[in-house]
Write a protein that binds this ligand. Structure first.
Ligand code: NAP
Length: 465
């Protein structure tokens, strides 16, 4: 097969880059990739989601840089589907399109008081402290003394840790200047991490719970009665496959922590289990407390243990609430979307029609947009490979008509004709170098630009120089 195929990838996070690598390294087909991102910068949640104090996780970008350096790869930043380019345009220019736009919204809880001032989605807080341009106008009230984080997944752990951490330690990370200044003034001393099920069912993983328990300026408090496992949880723990040791190790850490009591440190984080928020209480439109119901665990027909309210309640006074109950997908213009699950409907990555469930030729999906917001960065690799293998198989079976529009030059000409200020991967490397340099002066790995106009201006001025 001598034909060169052209594939567009929408989104430049892990799933998009893993898909690009698999496409370009494919031995059966010669494939060129154009990757589009709404932001001028690449890497999606690696830049805008991974916690600033987890730099090792971010080093995966070195792998993506290698992909970006392959001949036939191009990055078009600051080009959003539905804004600068449409799905019809993409169909004209490419043999296939892969949606890799993740799940950028948050799940609602449907709680009374959820929209009070001071009740915010953890996803907004994460975007804000990581310098994502869409979240820089967000305000978080750190003048209050206590905060609650709802949920106990790894995002909840990240946001709880950022609230509990010593700002001087965060000053050595790529946390933005603005976030650092706000956190330095924070009054928050008590943080409540609210898990609706028990410790065995907690969604956090071992390094995250250990890290939270070992913060130098904050005591992690675990009530012994909440880690005293019910018989069904004990049974699940005993039956766990030894290969899956997360829950067992979590329990060890929590039991150890429960014996330590309140401690002497200024800040306290209360790691709570078996409590479901039922209402957010306010005063003058602003959060003043969260009412929780104590739960017990009930076995479901599918074998899982679900939280069930006991009718016993507790009110926890807090002035800030970060709801961390999961990300949710968003619909892209003219792209199938299942509002209930928040994903692009698909069969192993082939986009399907929401009604007929038939595959739609030429459209594919990877990552959180394909399977929902679960898994760590590495989970996206096999997920993207699955989609790309089907895509290549389909390309080989349906030799698309050759068209003069299906060229790299046609795409550049289209964007230039529309006077779109797109950024290339080389532009990103320029910005990357300036951010790194700015960071060096402050002992940080980088000082991010957080506004799109600033990013474009830096790139323009470096090009002029
Ligand atoms: P997640 O792991 O799915 O956790 C969601 C949490 O919200 C769970 O504790 C869940 O409890 C709880 N929840 C859902 N609905 C609720 C409700 N109505 N009331 C109370 N609690 C509710 O999601 P995530 O934390 O957003 O993380 C997304 C993915 O990114 C995960 O796979 C995570 O591991 C990954 N991630 C990894 C890292 C890392 O590697 N360091 C960092 C951040 C994120 P139930 O379990 O009872 O449903």
């Amino acid at each position: 097969m001598n034909q060169t195929y052209r594939v567009a990838i929408i989104g430049s996070g892990p799933s998009g880059f893993f898909a690009a690598e698999e496409l370009m390294g494919h031995s059966d087909a010669k494939i060129e990739v154009d990757m589009f991102d709404a932001l001028p910068t690449p890497y999606g949640l690696v830049r805008g989601g991974v916690a600033p104090d987890h730099p090792k996780i971010k080093s995966v970008t070195l792998v993506y840089e290698r992909t970006a350096s392959r001949p036939g790869f191009r990055f078009f930043g600051n080009v959003a589907l539905g804004r600068e380019i449409s799905i019809e345009d993409l169909r004209k220019f490419y043999d296939a399109v892969i949606f890799a736009h993740g799940a950028r919204s948050d799940r609602r809880m449907g709680l009374p008081g959820e929209d009070l001032i001071g009740s915010q989605a953890a996803t907004e807080f994460v975007g804000w402290y990581n310098g994502h341009p869409d979240y820089q106008e967000q305000k978080f009230d750190f003048s209050v003394e206590s905060a609650a984080v709802i949920g106990n997944g790894n995002v909840a752990m990240d946001v709880a840790r950022i609230l509990a951490e010593d700002p001087e330690r965060l000053a050595r990370t790529d946390l933005t200047e603005q976030a650092l200044a706000a956190l330095r003034k924070s009054n928050i001393k008590e943080i409540f991490l609210l898990g609706r099920r028990g410790p065995v069912q907690a969604a956090f993983t071992n390094p995250e719970i250990r890290e939270l328990c070992e913060l130098p300026g904050c005591d992690a408090i675990v009530a012994p009665e909440e880690v005293n496992l019910d018989p069904e949880s004990q049974k699940d723990l005993a039956n766990l496959d030894p290969k899956f040791s997360t829950a067992r190790n979590n329990i060890e850490v929590l039991l150890r922590q429960s014996k330590k009591g309140r401690g002497e440190k200024t800040k306290k984080i209360h790691i709570r289990f078996l409590v479901s928020p039922v209402e957010i209480l306010g005063d003058n439109g602003k959060v003043k407390a969260v009412k929780v119901e104590k739960n017990k665990l009930m076995r479901e027909p599918d074998g899982s243990l679900r939280a069930k309210g006991t009718g016993r309640y507790e009110t926890i006074p807090v002035g800030l609430i970060l709801r961390s109950v999961g990300y949710k997908g968003v619909a892209l213009p003219n792209v199938p979307y299942d509002a209930k699950s928040g994903i692009v409907p698909n069969d192993r990555g082939r986009v399907t029609d929401g009604k007929t469930r038939d595959p739609i030729q030429g459209l594919y999906v990877v990552g959180w947009a394909k399977r929902g917001p679960s898994g760590v960065i590495g989970t996206n690799k096999p997920d993207s490979i699955e989609t790309v293998r089907l895509l290549v198989q389909d390309l080989k079976e349906n030799q698309g008509a050759d068209s003069p529009d299906k060229t790299a030059a046609a795409v550049s000409a289209f964007l230039d004709a529309k006077k779109i200020q797109y950024t290339t991967f080389q532009d990103w490397k320029v910005l990357d170098a300036v951010e790194t340099e700015r960071g060096k002066a402050k002992g940080k790995p980088r000082e991010k630009f957080t506004r799109i106009f600033e990013m474009l201006e830096v790139i323009r001025s470096k090009k002029r120089a």
